[in-house]
Design a protein around this ligand. Sequence first.
Ligand SMILES: [Zn+2]
Ligand SMILES: [Zn+2]
Length: 126
Amino acid sequence: MMLSELYYFFFLPGNLPRTFVIAGMLLAVSIACLGFLRLCCCSDDDHTPREMEGLDQVECPKGHALRAFIVPNQTFNCDGCDRKVPAGCAMHGCRPCKHDLCESCVSKRLEALQTDQADSEEANEA
Ligand SMILES: [Zn+2]
Ligand SMILES: [Zn+2]
């Protein structure tokens, strides 16, 4: 198709309604794409707890499952690495025991648990 044909296809007065419909659709699609990208790219630094696979295997010292929450004020410290966790960040903790872990400590424990499991499974097979 020649450029001029393309031009007439879109901009001929009789075609204008269709041109607007197409433009509107393109606009809607790009807005949807942008929204989707925003959701994907910002999942790390927005302030919602990440869902981690196997998270319920990480427990507090008394064996309670940890729950994700958002730090509400400046008084929270991580019981794993002793770092102060600023308000608005995600943590995983056990309220009754006041045992809180930052996300990096939780994922470290999770990794350790999973390696343990893999090891014991291998040991069982051997
Ligand atoms: Zn920590
Ligand atoms: Zn507990």
